[in-house]
Design a protein around this ligand. Structure first.
Ligand code: PMP
Length: 363
């Protein structure tokens, strides 16, 4: 047996341990997971009720094109329905983009460090990832534009960037788009879009008409609290959507996910509340770090990458023993940082108490 050359040596995704297993191992009743940028407030209560009506359809294949959700989301965003494509998480839309636009001999440009799937999926297609270092945790769009050549097919801009939480603003993005040659698709991954409150953050939807190469990714996994359902989407030029439809699995987005997303979308009061509580959480964490003299990247998302000044894995283990799971920066390219998801006010307080113990500080 001989797998294709492009996947030789690729890392296998390592998920975190299931929460129940961690609890058993540590002998703790309660463990707080702040490792995967999930919503600590769950999802809108309307989601649960919406699912009951789906029971009679369990034996049927879903409509992968998600017609009802498409109509409602198009209305919500103010875009034409033909501009939308849905995926089994926005992860799957990243995969569709790579499948449709990359092949051996082509390149895709991304930041170093950013969401790792751009790199992996580029490699899977036998294409070459070109990584451009972040500057102060922020995309260096000048350098990224200079890295584009005739082989480039995709530029990935993660905005806010995972793991740093930084953003590129509207002016920077527009200047970048103006420099892009026609053969390059610019994918702006806005998984954390709804959390951003900075007025300089680009309204990418308003740029779609002007830039046919612009393609935006969003998800129901984060602020909508539906990570378990796996549903995300892309917004772009209808011709790009058509290309992605060619490589899309026929029944890729399941029926319950579509129903859940519709109910979640209709409850914008829930989204607003989560946005406000998240911002307050970021501020609470930032304030304490400032008092301790610890630096962190200015986060516009629902997570904070902070410098502990100690080996990240040690701090990770120490927090774990206290029942708090975060992400060690070791594997993210930040050997003294941890990335913590902003939790509920109680969870944030528990995290800061535990961090004080781990770092020998006073609270
Ligand atoms: N993009 C970014 C930047 C992310 O952080 C994530 C999730 N961690 C995703 C995409 C994928 O999200 P999902 O597949 O759950 O929609």
């Amino acid at each position: 047996m001989k797998p294709k050359a492009a996947i030789r040596g690729l890392p296998v995704y390592q998920p975190g341990k299931p929460l129940e297993e961690v609890k058993r191992e540590l002998g703790l009743k309660e463990v707080i997971k702040l490792a995967s940028n999930e919503n600590p407030f769950g999802c809108s209560p309307a989601v649960w009720e919406s699912l009951a009506t789906e029971r009679e359809f369990f034996a049927m294949y879903p409509e992968g094109a998600a017609p009802d959700l498409r109509r409602e989301l198009a209305l919500h965003l103010g875009v034409d329905e033909a501009r939308l494509i849905f995926g089994n998480g926005s992860d799957e839309v990243v995969q569709m983009l790579a499948r449709a636009y990359l092949e051996p001999g082509t390149e895709s440009v991304m930041a170093d460090r950013t969401f790792p799937r751009y790199w992996t999926l580029t490699r899977m297609e036998g294409a070459t990832p070109v990584e451009v270092p972040l500057v102060d945790g922020t995309h260096d769009l000048e350098a990224m534009a200079s890295a584009v050549n005739e082989r480039t097919r995709i530029v990935w801009i993660c905005n806010p960037n995972n793991p740093t939480g930084t953003i590129v603003d509207r002016d920077e993005l527009v200047r970048f788009l103006d420099r892009m040659p026609e053969h390059v698709l610019v994918v702006v991954d806005e998984a954390y879009y709804e959390y951003v409150t900075d007025p300089a953050y680009p309204d990418t939807i308003s740029l779609l008409d002007r830039y046919p190469q612009l393609f935006v990714l969003r998800t129901f996994s984060k602020i909508y609290g539906l990570a378990a359902f796996r549903i995300g989407y892309g917004i772009g030029h209808p011709d790009v959507v058509t290309e992605l439809d060619r490589v899309r699995e026929p029944f890729n987005v399941n029926r319950l996910a579509q129903r859940a997303a519709r109910a979640a979308l209709a409850d914008q009061a829930f989204v607003e509340r989560c946005r406000r509580l998240n911002r307050e959480g970021v501020e609470t964490i930032s304030r304490q770090l400032h008092e301790w003299g610890l630096s962190h990247f200015p986060s516009h998302g629902n997570f904070v990458l902070l410098d502990t000044g100690k080996p990240a894995d040690e701090v990770f283990q120490s927090l774990l023993k206290q029942g708090i799971i975060v992400r060690s920066g070791q594997a993210l390219g930040y050997p003294t940082h941890i990335r913590v998801t902003v939790g509920s006010p109680e969870q944030n307080a528990r995290f800061l108490d535990a961090l004080a113990v781990s770092l020998g500080r006073q609270r």
